[in-house]
Write a protein that binds this ligand. Structure first.
Ligand SMILES: Nc1ncnc2c1ncn2[C@@H]1O[C@H](COP(=O)(O)OP(=O)(O)O)[C@@H](O)[C@H]1O
Ligand SMILES: CC(C)(COP(=O)(O)O)[C@@H](O)C(=O)NCCC(=O)O
Length: 219
């Protein structure tokens, strides 16, 4: 039996950790920015994990790595960490490690086939691993929250609209138009991107992940 492994994913919106046991996800925890170290300390005391892996695309406190190194077999995910994918991006060291984690997961789950992994978080990333196990790159576009905020930030008249599952497809006022434009627009983008990959590659897996719940439960 392999003891618990903590898999940290520090993204631009949410700080989170999957607690893995024997290859299965036991639990997911979220942390606050202000009390990250204290909350991780509590998690370590609770699970006494054998190992911890950190994927971070933010400027996290260096004390976090010191804490994890002291208490666990610690791996900070990097572009040169041994993984089941070969990175063929122009400058692998500039690639988001969260994207590397997605590519490595897909290559492990589906060896020998092409995979498009869509990471729907602060940004929406498109990540393509070919059947030779090469992570080629993909695309980065604004996430849903970013789109709502951008409309407000870069105009004089548009309000900041909170996300909502129920809206009119044909927006009949400003708020409804923003909801429809952002949400239906993002859905159409994802559909269109999958179609564009399909026009170039045959037979690939599509994996969708990330915090944007709307993609899993569209109206
Ligand atoms: N409870 C929530 N708190 C914050 N964001 C949420 C929540 N539920 C859904 N979201 C959506 O998920 C996105 C964050 O997804 P996540 O994959 O955690 O991003 P990241 O890895 O970039 O931090 C937000 O931008 C928002 O659109
Ligand atoms: C594209 C990202 C901002 C996505 O971050 P997230 O939405 O997961 O917070 C992150 O993967 C990143 O900082 N990438 C570096 C640039 C690149 O991947 O080429």
């Amino acid at each position: 039996m392999i003891g618990p492994i903590l898999c940290f994913d520090l993204g631009n919106t949410r700080l989170k950790c999957g607690i893995m046991q024997d290859g299965a996800l036991l639990e997911e925890r979220f942390f606050s920015e202000a009390a990250l170290l204290a909350e991780v300390d509590t998690l370590l005391a609770e699970y006494r994990p054998q190992a911890a892996v950190l994927s971070s695309v933010i400027e996290h406190p260096p004390a976090l790595e010191a804490l994890l190194s002291r208490e666990t077999e610690f791996i900070r995910l990097r572009y040169d960490t041994p993984l089941p994918v070969k990175i063929v991006y122009e400058k692998p060291e500039t690639l988001g490690v969260d994207r590397i984690a997605l590519a490595a997961g897909a290559a492990d789950m589906f060896p020998g086939s092409h995979s498009l992994i869509i990471g729907a978080g602060s940004a929406i990333t498109y990540n393509f691993v070919n059947k030779k196990g090469e992570f080629m790159g993909g695309g980065i576009s604004p996430g849903i929250e970013m789109r709502f905020r951008a409309l407000h930030a870069f105009t004089d008249k548009l309000p900041l609209v909170p996300q909502e599952a129920h809206y009119s497809f044909v927006g009949y006022n400003t708020r409804q138009s923003i909801l429809s434009g952002v949400l239906e627009g993002a859905l159409a983008e994802v559909d269109g991107m999958i179609g564009s990959y399909a026009a170039r590659y045959r037979n690939f897996n599509v994996l969708l992940t990330g915090g944007i719940w709307f993609f899993c439960f569209p109206p």
